[in-house]
Design a protein around this ligand. Structure first.
Ligand SMILES: Nc1ncnc2c1ncn2[C@@H]1O[C@H](COP(=O)(O)OP(=O)(O)OP(=O)(O)O)[C@@H](O)[C@H]1O
Ligand SMILES: [Mg+2]
Length: 434
């Protein structure tokens, strides 16, 4: 087939209008500039029958009007299967740690969603994290989704790293990590931590960090989801899927939407915020082949939990652990806001009668604590009734109990990380509240 060639007609920032007089490309197809750079552009939409609006995927600045661009006939495809394991990739599925992957491997179109996903008839399987507050309030259940929500610097990344540290060692499944729009340094740190503990061999990592353009930042989530789907469906594996930070996916989509001059909707977000979010989250699910268990951090802009993107993402998750600046300021780590933290998995069927009952009791005490705090501010603790005073003291003990040292900042704090068995956690709570 003779390669079909387009001509650049308009350029605006990351967008280029490219005219194809015959044989136009299809949506999402990759085009390459017809020069030494072979810079990739992706077809986003059509402005008329012959003109494709295309996104500059890299920082290529050499494009000019009249330049030629060649069709590839392909959309983005990422390497899947055994040869991909142990490697680090960019959004386009290019390995970052080696020149090329060893062995034969297949590739998969990242826009081709794997078949139906349904998750019927499996008994819930709890995975222990060793982190008390998490095991207690937002249990880690195979095939389900946990969100770690919080504003800047409240400890989302540290908590995620600790989870990876504790869980990847204990599980035999495959772990995937996707870095979206966060610090480059953090990616390096994670790789180092895993390397030191010889865990890198069982992981696949994808990165498009804050220095990369919005096309890549939004795409990387799809690329890594495609790999996860493959391992789930073809290899029948259980995949642990960590993302830091899923909010950056919504944000990158929003940036693209702005570049495309789309009229924003609620909260200044793109009109497709709902479908963008849903489409991705629906891929990260479990089915009869295998499971994808995900932990996703969610950045909260300006500490405002009612942000439309934050809300929309949270709705798609089974549990959300809310980190709060107020709690962090008191030196409590992990800085969990117990009253805002929620899980639909706290049911007798999933966690058992005992655990379910305890959560209810703890929440009651914590709620009471909140109202007592304002009373105490006025009249002082000594004026409380004996019952109130007892509950107040229990709440304080619980807060202390749920804080713990983490392994991944050992170097920073000089204090050793702690791991608690789930049963120890439940026992500890019982001892405080009875
Ligand atoms: N569990 C913890 N124990 C001790 N220190 C912590 C803990 N969690 C966070 N910190 C401290 O807070 C800093 C910020 O944490 P972290 O990077 O996890 O925040 P974040 O919520 O991911 O922030 P951002 O939104 O900027 O990515 C860490 O560098 C560390 O110094
Ligand atoms: Mg972070």
């Amino acid at each position: 087939m003779k390669a079909s060639v387009g001509t650049v007609r308009t350029i605006r920032g990351l967008m280029a209008g490219i005219e194809f007089t015959d044989d136009p490309p299809r949506l999402q197809e990759i085009l390459l500039t017809d020069d030494a750079a072979q810079a990739p552009f992706q077809v986003h939409s059509f402005t008329d029958e012959t003109t494709a609006l295309c996104i500059n995927m890299t920082d290529y600045r050499g494009l000019m009007k009249g330049h030629r661009v060649v069709r590839t006939g392909q959309r983005i495809e990422v390497p899947v299967g055994e040869p991909a394991i142990g490697h680090i990739f960019d959004a386009l599925g290019r390995p970052l740690d080696v020149e090329r992957l060893e062995g034969e491997y297949e590739t998969r179109d990242i826009y081709q969603v794997a078949g139906e996903t349904s998750f019927a008839g499996r008994a819930p399987e709890m995975l222990e994290t060793g982190i008390k507050v998490l095991d207690f309030f937002t249990p880690f259940v195979k095939g389900r989704k946990i969100g770690i929500i919080g504003g800047a610097g409240v400890g989302k990344t540290v908590l995620t790293m600790e989870l990876i540290h504790n869980i990847v060692q204990a599980q035999s499944g495959l772990a995937m990590f996707t870095g979206i729009g966060e610090r480059i340094r953090e990616g390096h740190e994670l790789i180092e931590t895993l390397r030191e503990r010889k865990l890198l061999g069982d992981t696949v990592m994808y990165f498009a960090q804050m220095n990369e353009n919005p096309a890549l930042r939004s795409m990387v989530a799809l690329s890594s989801a495609t790999v996860a789907e493959y391992f789930r469906d073809e290899d029948k594996r259980d995949v642990l899927f960590f993302v830091d930070n899923i909010y950056r996916y919504a944000q990158a989509r929003n940036e693209l939407s702005t570049i495309l001059d789309q009229t924003p909707a609620e909260g200044g977000y793109q009109p497709t915020l709902f479908s963008d979010t849903k489409w991705l989250q629906d891929r990260l699910t479990s089915n009869e082949n295998g499971s994808i268990t995900s932990v996703q951090t969610i950045y909260v802009p300006a500490d405002d939990l009612s942000d439309p993107a934050v809300q929309m993402i949270a709705q798609e998750l089974d549990s959300v652990i809310v980190l709060s600046r107020k709690v962090a300021e008191q030196g409590i780590r992990p800085a969990v806001d117990i009253l805002r933290t929620q899980s639909s998995l706290i049911t007798p069927e999933v966690v058992g009668e005992r655990h379910h009952h305890l959560v209810g009791q703890v929440q009651q005490i914590m709620q009471k604590y909140e109202s007592l705090k304002s009373i105490i501010a006025i009249i002082g603790e000594n004026e409380l009734s004996p019952v109130d005073r007892a509950d107040y003291s229990k709440a304080r003990k619980l807060i202390k109990f749920f804080s713990q040292q983490v392994n991944v900042v050992e170097d920073l704090t000089g204090v050793k990380g702690e791991y608690f068995r789930r049963d120890e956690t439940l026992k500890g709570v019982e001892e405080i509240i009875v």
